[in-house]
Design a protein around this ligand. Sequence first.
Ligand code: SAM
Length: 220
Amino acid sequence: MTAKAACSDFLHFFRSWISNPLRVAAIAPSGDSLARIMTSEIAALDGPIIELGPGTGVFTRALLARGIDEADLTLIEYGPEFITALHARFPAARILQMDAAHLAQADIFEGEPVGAVVSGLPLLSMSPRKIASILAGVFTYMRPGGAVYQFTYGPRCPVPRPILDRLGLKAVRIGGTVRNLPPASVYRISRRKPLELTRDRLRYRDDDIEVAAFSGETGG
Ligand SMILES: C[S@@+](CC[C@H](N)C(=O)[O-])C[C@H]1O[C@@H](n2cnc3c(N)ncnc32)[C@H](O)[C@@H]1O
């Protein structure tokens, strides 16, 4: 990416953050170092890949650089201000403007199960109920052994432990970088053991979930 394009992306992102700080939750797009860690375990043979909250497409570009076929990508972006640029940059990808919390009800995959999910979503600014809906939704599409890759600026996994427990998931920190604004860590979230998440498991009440602090390898 040229310096001019990077500057234009920064301004685009910054304006989005000014108009919707909770949804965008970062003043600048992620850096290349974080994008490399986020995509480091994903290979072309993993099949369909979902990206949640692509923004200006930093992780999308890193996926393509790893040999992922653009046509295998489904990008889920809620912010209308990013959609036109995503279509222009990734014309062969499927781009859906929607809230990632509604994925399960959307029935977006009928064929081959999803191999991995890359998430740039700002989970720290979401309610536990919303985080649970997002994770439960993506795991209904995931093949056995597939994982969600989620970054965070916080000191621990941004998915509360009770949500991991309820969904039968575990989170492992796979890396981090200080060459990002701000520094960030990446977690791999996967099933503890093969299990089918059914639509019944998507029903949550707010009082089902307590937010608890934890760090390192969890839920395993
Ligand atoms: C922290 S930015 C990350 C953008 C990009 N992945 C990056 O790392 O530069 C969060 C992104 O998630 C999107 N987003 C926030 N809530 C969302 C939701 N519920 N569903 C889908 N996208 C969402 C925002 O519009 C924004 O593009």
